[in-house]
Design a binder for this molecule. Sequence first.
Ligand SMILES: NC(=O)c1ccc[n+]([C@@H]2O[C@H](COP(=O)([O-])OP(=O)(O)OC[C@H]3O[C@@H](n4cnc5c(N)ncnc54)[C@H](O)[C@@H]3O)[C@@H](O)[C@H]2O)c1
Length: 396
Amino acid sequence: MKNVVVIGQGYVGLPVSIAAATAGFKVSGLDKNTDKVKALNLGRSNVEDISDSELNKCLNSGKYHATEDYSVIKNADIILICVPTPLDNTSNPDLSFLHDAAVSSAKFLKKNTLIILESTVEPGTTRNYLAPLFVSESNLLQSEFEVAFSPERIDPTNKLWNLKNTPKLIAGLTVDARTRASIFYSTFISTIIECESIEVAETAKLLENSFRLINISFINEISIFCQKLGVDINQVIKAATTKPYGFMPFYPSIGVGGHCIPVDPLYLANKAREIGAPTRFIDLADQVNQEMPGYFVGRAEEKIGGLKGKKILVIGVSYKPNVADVRETPVEALILGLKNKGAQVSWHDDLVKEWNGEKSVALSNKYDLAILATPHDYLDLTKLGDVPILNTRGSI
Ligand SMILES: NC(=O)c1ccc[n+]([C@@H]2O[C@H](COP(=O)([O-])OP(=O)(O)OC[C@H]3O[C@@H](n4cnc5c(N)ncnc54)[C@H](O)[C@@H]3O)[C@@H](O)[C@H]2O)c1
């Protein structure tokens, strides 16, 4: 039985840990967050896609445990790195989590271990940054361990496409690394796609998420156009989607959020600037995306004739429906914009519950306006009575 250590037990690391443990590997879920480690060992999952019962099954079988102790790396045959790769405060890639994870594990690294990076990075990071870091921080030569890259494509709460049936891209610094990674993943993922080089896989991941950012920003721009035209954007999308080829629907919103879509394209744009190949579509899409909350502040103002002193309820604050993840949520800019106009803003989100030092309030009829920012499935908007609603998902 092979020992696997998964560094980072969040939206990416926990599902892959549970999938590997269920496939028979002995998995240590390594995380530096003490509370998270404690909760996981008590059978409490922190991500929507892993139920407590699935987690408990793996804990009870002895195939999974969570830990903060990096010395588990000593016995690892395979290490997966699933730590955050956000932007820093100048919107450039922040590799500090990756750096810490590599430095903390390198001193325990043994010969022949396969290291697989799953975190999203810009092209060249695995080869030119991560592998040399493991060499300099361990007592090993590059030839004494293997390095692969396999970007995670998980879409939290997607009921159709999950970790097991979403094809997995795999690349290695050596053919051996790629083959070993493919053998590992094929025990719990149905389709494995081997890439010619690490840089192909790194760039493919950034292309996928840049494609989403550009198209979501584009549909949001068309949504503004349709609103001014007096046409329902969702009816337009429904009609266009009947074309059997050459069109793919994207839907209007208050903008993209989460740890991937607003972030990954800027990794691509950063690399593009570095090598002198600017990505103007990404820059423009990012700008349109950032302007969406302000657009809805304007719509709210128009709808109720000014915002000063008005009571506004913002409904749904996470970055997308049915998750509690508030990272990079565009709703934060919406609330700030409303407050800057003098509105008294409360928010309701029973999945998020507490956020920025405030608590979710109940849905009720005591507001001048409700703004439906993130439409979770559980919401019962009849509780608003006759409060006017501004729907950010497309309304005239
Ligand atoms: N969230 C998604 O939907 C998604 C999808 C595909 C790819 N990704 C990529 O996967 C990576 C991880 O994202 P995530 O959403 O799972 O993040 P997350 O914040 O949900 O989880 C990351 C975990 O890593 C832990 N961590 C941070 N530094 C550590 C260290 N040095 N040692 C041990 N643990 C450490 C944190 O405590 C946290 O629990 C990112 O590169 C992201 O871009 C995310």
